[in-house]
Design a binder for this molecule. Sequence first.
Ligand SMILES: Nc1ncnc2c1ncn2[C@@H]1O[C@H](COP(=O)(O)OP(=O)(O)OP(=O)(O)O)[C@@H](O)[C@H]1O
Ligand SMILES: [Mg+2]
Length: 251
Amino acid sequence: MTDRAAIALSLAGLSKAFGGLSAVDRVNLEVAGGERRAIIGPNGAGKTTLFSLISGETEPTAGRIALFGRDVTRFSPHRRAALGLARTYQITNLFPRLTALENCLLAVQALTGAKFHLHRALHRYPAFFARAHGVLEAVGLNDKAGEAVRNLSHGEQRQLEIALALAGAPRLLLLDEPTAGLSPAESHAMTALLKKLDPAITLLVIEHDMDVAFALTDRITVLHYGKVVADGLAHEVKANALVQEIYLGTS
Ligand SMILES: Nc1ncnc2c1ncn2[C@@H]1O[C@H](COP(=O)(O)OP(=O)(O)OP(=O)(O)O)[C@@H](O)[C@H]1O
Ligand SMILES: [Mg+2]
């Protein structure tokens, strides 16, 4: 018998239409706890929309979403986060004038619901500080804690976004193109960082760079016009003729 809770994420017939456009079209997907899964597909395939459906920022036209065995289709984004879901965005979502540490502190406190004044009585919040430093360390940015975000490199800013997503100790983490716009060296650093994340965290990564997708994950799901057109081990997906045609452009 399958342990329902061992399935981190389950999507059944999940669909989203924008007017006449089927952005996500009857997607069925199961991701096991602790699994690392890449979602690939051409521009406009529906990858980001799929993440917004999972996080609850977009309402589905049809279908069901279950997190850790629990139907969350009607849950608010906040309730899903409380169950252990976190995501990053394709576009940067940081406060540029605040320091790396302050950005983390805000992310930590946002999840507690406690009243918190950034520039007042900081010593009153030792647990928040410990947590904020912990997530900075997890992404290798501890030495940049006091640096304003706008002075960080693009690669460091993307690392910081991962730190913010880790603030709530998520069990399922959705990363939307974590290496987008990065130099080869920065992309390499990001891949190494993601590989070092707690293996208990289930990871779903939208990734355009196939090398990164293959380095990070064992299983790959391919979206095309909102539909899952391939799903399997990296080498199987790589060898799939349809995938080569629509995505790799090799025929
Ligand atoms: N809010 C919206 N209103 C209308 N159409 C939308 C909306 N959001 C997305 N779309 C459309 O839905 C389709 C899927 O978009 P989505 O952003 O999910 O694709 P994607 O796979 O993430 O693409 P990319 O690789 O470029 O990030 C596209 O045709 C897009 O134009
Ligand atoms: Mg996208």
